[in-house]
Design a protein around this ligand. Structure first.
Ligand code: APR
Length: 311
């Protein structure tokens, strides 16, 4: 069986770490693209040279163009400017719209059948940009946010309960921003609803920390934003697709009526398999959850309306 081809655009913190994780897991051959001269070539060679030590045969090359990315099975967009302390994801909107637009045009030309995963922030709006520009069908375009948000939620719950992270099934909906909707009602610990295990105030504090999870890392790093957990989350999505796992994970998916959202990419539970997003699951929400999701979708809508004026 020949290896799958995965293109990662943006060889910065998120892109390079994603590329490293992909070849370490031998999920495919990787093409790492960046506008900076020589940098993606250097990082790719460095990662390639780890192969003999780490025992992987996946290949990786770096490039400044799209020739080598031709006919990729998966393309991951991480190019963009990262948040600086005090900068919200939304401040990034203008700059990253321009970057993601250019990249999506190139990918649509060089890999018209690829499955596209967007990571650049503000996530839900950048996925919308990539969709508008590439015109890829909705099952082949998605944003990575929910897996990361759920991983943060799980981390904090496991810390609080002093149990394995593997026991936590965290459930997160909505946009990847201050309005995200971590659901305590649908989150379980070894099958037990978390609401039965922790008092409301503790849960509320953990939900808040999850919502602010990106900002917490930004304020600690000072010179950039999170990349270890984001790259791990991307790789989980790639693995689900390439292994046709039919795995249910939260992703930014184009909703067309689901959850009363229309024409926007918002985090919802989806089934990921070989075709990409194979199904969106509509879960029953109570009034409070519906209102929170609506607020979140409204916030995404505002950004997409701004994007419409930029494209
Ligand atoms: N084409 C290719 N690469 C580009 C382009 C472009 N048009 N524009 C910028 N880049 C590259 C930069 O040269 C840089 O190497 O994107 C890379 C971004 O890397 P970092 O600055 O390290 O940012 P990173 O932490 O990887 O975050 C990337 O993901 O999580 C989001 O908010 C984050 O939007 C940000 C993105």
């Amino acid at each position: 069986m020949s290896r799958k081809k995965i293109t990662v655009i943006g060889a910065g913190n998120v892109g390079a770490t994603t590329a490293q994780r992909l070849v370490e897991k031998e999920l495919g051959n990787v093409v790492l693209v960046d506008i900076l001269q020589d940098m993606p070539q250097g990082k790719a060679l460095d990662i390639l040279e780890s192969g003999p030590v780490y025992s992987y045969d996946s290949e990786i090359i770096g490039t400044n163009g799209y020739e080598e990315t031709k006919d990729s099975d998966i393309a991951i967009i991480t190019s963009g400017v990262a948040r600086k302390p005090g900068m919200s994801r939304d401040d990034l909107l203008k700059i990253n719209t321009g970057i993601v637009k250019g990249v999506a045009e190139n990918i649509a030309k060089s890999s018209p059948n690829a499955i596209l995963i967007v990571v650049s922030n503000p996530l839900d709006a950048m996925t919308y940009v990539a969709h508008k520009v590439s015109r890829f069908p909705k099952h082949r375009i998605m944003g990575m946010a929910g897996v990361l948000d759920a991983a943060r939620f799980s981390t904090f719950l496991a810390m609080e309960l002093k149990v394995s992270v593997e026991n936590i099934q965290a459930f997160v909906l909505g946009g990847h921003g201050d309005t995200m909707v971590p659901s305590t009602r649908y989150t379980t610990v070894a099958g037990v609803p978390v609401e039965e295990l922790l008092p409301k105030e503790r849960l509320n504090a953990i939900v808040k920390r999850t919502r602010d999870g990106g900002a917490e890392i930004v304020s600690l790093l000072k010179t950039g934003s999170a990349f270890y957990a984001p790259s791990a989350a991307v790789v989980e999505m790639v693995e689900a697709i390439l292994k046709d796992k039919k795995k249910i994970v939260p992703c930014a998916a184009l909703c067309e009526g689901e959850y009363n959202i229309d024409g926007l990419f918002v985090g919802v539970p989806v089934k990921l398999g070989a075709k990409g997003i194979e199904q969106i699951f509509e879960i029953a929400l109570n009034d409070e959850e519906s209102a929170a999701l609506k607020r979140s979708a409204d916030a995404v809508k505002v950004l997409c309306e701004q994007v419409d004026t930029l494209l």
